[in-house]
Write a protein that binds this ligand. Structure first.
Ligand SMILES: [Zn+2]
Length: 130
């Protein structure tokens, strides 16, 4: 019989917005065959990661570190979304911030995959290339 396989975790650094949690969790579970997605939320998370403040970015990094160290998370997703109350910029502005956020998260140096995701007006998940 053997040991049951360990649960597979990912990590989403997402907005607090209740409309975007489920699409991101579903997308990550399907794409990476995950059992669970740890939730790190921050209003306008893509903007914060891209532009700071640095203390907030450090807190987000520490939360991601716990998810990776304790749950063995294999992927970190950085998420921005349509109609963000905390960051009411255009789609193009968000995509630029997501790319910058990807750069920041990759510099954290964790041995995980890093994905940039955009949740569009239809609440569909789109991949943003770094
Ligand atoms: Zn938002």
């Amino acid at each position: 019989m053997g040991q049951p396989a360990a649960s597979r975790f990912g990590t989403a650094i997402n907005c607090i917005d209740g409309r975007v949690q489920e699409p991101v969790v579903k997308w990550l579970r399907e794409r990476y065959y995950l059992d669970y997605v740890d939730a790190i939320t921050e209003p306008g998370a893509d903007k914060v990661l891209a532009l700071g403040p640095a203390e907030e970015v450090a807190r987000l990094r520490e939360k991601a570190r716990i998810s990776i160290a304790r749950h063995g998370s294999s992927v970190i997703a950085v998420v921005g979304h349509h109609e963000c109350a905390a960051s009411p910029g255009s789609r193009e502005a968000h995509l630029a911030q997501i790319r910058q956020a990807l750069h920041v998260v990759r510099l954290w140096g964790f041995a995980t995959t890093v994905e940039g995701l955009w949740v569009n007006e239809a609440r569909e998940v789109e991949v943003v290339e770094g």
